[in-house]
Design a protein around this ligand. Sequence first.
Ligand SMILES: Cc1cc2nc3c(=O)[nH]c(=O)nc-3n(C[C@H](O)[C@H](O)[C@H](O)COP(=O)(O)OP(=O)(O)OC[C@H]3O[C@@H](n4cnc5c(N)ncnc54)[C@H](O)[C@@H]3O)c2cc1C
Length: 301
Amino acid sequence: MLSWLLKLPPFAYRAPESLEEGLELLAAGDGEARVLAGGQSLIPMLALRLARPSLLVDLRRVPGLAEVKEDGAGLRIGALTTELVAERDPLVRARSPLLLEALDFIGHPAIRSRGTVVGSLCHADPAAELPAAALVLGAELTARSLGRGSRTIPARDFFLGPFTTALEFDEVVTEVRVPAAPPAEGTCFLEVSRRPGDFAMVGVAAAVTREGDRVVDLRLALTGVGDRPRLLTLDELGLEGRASSEGLFSEAGRSVGARLRPPEDLHASATYRRHLSTVLTERALRTAFGRADIRGGAAGA
Ligand SMILES: Cc1cc2nc3c(=O)[nH]c(=O)nc-3n(C[C@H](O)[C@H](O)[C@H](O)COP(=O)(O)OP(=O)(O)OC[C@H]3O[C@@H](n4cnc5c(N)ncnc54)[C@H](O)[C@@H]3O)c2cc1C
């Protein structure tokens, strides 16, 4: 009965050989053209009639977008870097344990072998792992358009709502930059899903910077509990001045649980999501704190 839904609606398809050509196509599309990266989210959206672009601009032939590089400021992950390539990349493995942990929770290897890191950020699914990790890591996206050139969008300004970002219709994200971790920072990504590979009912990305037993900085973002992930800090949790780690993580968990209004659906009730948020927040912060202690630097996994 639903078989007609699985057939894609008609659209034109172009695979430009250069970024400039792609940007021209997007600009000429006047909001009716969409970028196609790994297609792991966009193609299902088309099949379900949740998106009806008249033109898909496939980036796969654009050179230079599939690289992971490092410069003085941190990692630069190109727009066509798949989640699986990122997960196996020696730079990502060495420099960004939080990203690595988050990547491992995404679907299955077959999905990750096509889905891109940048595509996941641009898709902005409120239950996705990478937007939360990008917020905690202080990532920045580089967006290019034909007329306005390049601009940098911090992750904290990028996610505006469910499947909605700060990107304009004629912009392509060319890379995401992940700053080098500050010294003595530990990180942790935890989530609970019904089955391995499912989207999380609740996920927590956490980073803690410590000096001995003191918490110097704390950053958190949750997934699956609202219309988008939001960055939470000591101040926002009402825990500023509470530098000692004693009792801090359980208080942070309670504070997160109290402030959330999570959605209710067939996967989990709002009460259960709130409970998970409390427990996972405390656990992720405690683990991140412990990891910073063990490695004494940019540790995480
Ligand atoms: C069975 C299944 C299970 C999954 N499980 C999970 C999961 O557990 N967790 C999770 O987070 N995700 C999951 N995903 C989604 C997966 O991670 C996607 O790959 C990812 O969300 C989108 O990446 P993509 O490269 O496939 O993007 P596409 O599907 O090609 O694009 C997604 C959106 O981003 C836009 N876009 C992509 N790249 C750019 C760019 N460079 N510039 C501007 N706009 C761009 C597109 O126009 C589109 O709107 C799952 C997918 C499937 C099919």
